[in-house]
Ligand binder design. Structure first.
Ligand code: UDP
Ligand code: MG
Length: 312
């Protein structure tokens, strides 16, 4: 019998889990031709989440859990899930029921047809501000244009992955993770499903503006070095015009003499150059920071328990 794992990263989800579990239970019971596992990864929740998970496991042995030692973020929590998941395939699901479990049977159908990565694409983006929607569009455009593979838009982490994808993902151990990009990077046979994303059932989203901005920087800097190229291009262009200007004013001074004017010109030039230089250094800094973090080779997460077993 084939085994299907459902991976649920949880951070402060004490209100959502009691609503999520009954849905998953009825799904599992309705599809008894598969063996099921629910793997909860408790990402250092500060509320009662871990106790709720333990109580659920006490009643249903199909539930396993990994307990991380602190909050490592969803990307790392998912990697922990990839490491501990035991199924022949895995569905990544948010704890807040924003990803409808009712889509899973359809994913399984395509998996049976031989697809390795069945991902759910949001038909609409729900209630979002104009700014947020367009920032996100721009972000996907940058990534897509600057990489060799297709970067999918409006696709989250909600997807079914075959064992071959799970094993490939486990090989990617980089510490600054942008998992959505990795799903595209690994390739394999992909199939798209459309769905409407619901609002959260309980609790609130952990993604404020800054977190999204950081994720975007993470995404771009860990998948493409094209900002460095932009810095080179801007630098080259400015230097070219600076050279022409220099030549022009130099000749003018030699032919017509010096007329000590042009304070504004100097200030503008200095500020513009200073600004561009700082920006370029900042971009370089992003990459150097990434190199720094990567060279430390720290584990990407630490787990204290797998089910009742203490991990050493
Ligand atoms: N999550 C996590 N660690 C974190 C933040 C979030 O494991 O540091 C989990 C969270 O419990 C949920 C999923 O990631 O299951 C998606 O989080 P959220 O609903 O806050 O994100 P959104 O749906 O707004 O993208
Ligand atoms: Mg959510």
């Amino acid at each position: 019998m084939k085994k299907v794992s459902i991976l649920v990263p949880c951070y402060n989800e004490e209100k959502s889990l009691p609503l999520l579990y009954p849905e998953l239970k009825s799904l599992m019971d309705a599809n008894a031709s598969y063996e099921w596992e629910i793997l909860f990864v408790n990402d250092g929740s500060k509320d009662n989440t871990i106790n709720i998970i333990k109580a659920l496991r006490a009643a249903d042995k199909r539930i396993n859990y990994v307990d991380l030692t602190r909050n490592f973020g969803k990307e790392n929590a998912m990697l922990a899930g990839f490491d501990y998941v035991t199924g022949d395939c895995m569905v990544i699901l948010d704890a807040d029921l924003q990803d409808p479990p009712s889509l899973i049977p359809e994913m399984l159908k395509y998996w049976e047809q031989g697809y390795d990565d069945v991902y759910a694409k949001r038909a609409s983006r729900g209630k979002e501000s104009w700014l947020r929607r367009n920032c996100s569009l721009l972000f996907y455009k940058i990534l897509d244009q600057s990489t060799r593979y297709d970067v999918l838009q409006n696709v989250g982490d909600f997807r079914l992955l075959d064992r071959c994808c799970i094993n490939s993902l486990r090989k990617i151990r980089e510490s600054e993770r942008y998992t959505k990009g990795m799903f595209c990077w690994i390739g394999y046979r992909k199939k798209e499903l459309l769905f409407d994303r619901d609002e959260r059932v309980a609790g609130k989203s952990k993604w404020g503006f800054w977190r999204l901005f950081n994720l975007a920087v993470e995404g771009i800097t860990s998948f493409t070095t094209f900002p460095l190229r932009i810095a080179t291009i801007i630098g080259g262009t400015v230097a070219f015009f600076a050279f022409i200007t220099m030549f022009y004013y130099g000749m003018k001074t030699i032919i017509y003499g010096d007329d000590a004017k042009g304070f504004t010109t100097i200030i503008v030039a200095v500020l513009l150059m200073g600004g561009i230089q700082l920006l370029a250094i900042g971009i370089m800094g992003e990459y150097i920071g990434r190199i720094f973090n990567e060279t430390k080779k720290r584990p990407t997460y630490l787990a204290s328990h797998y089910n009742e077993d203490k991990l050493y």
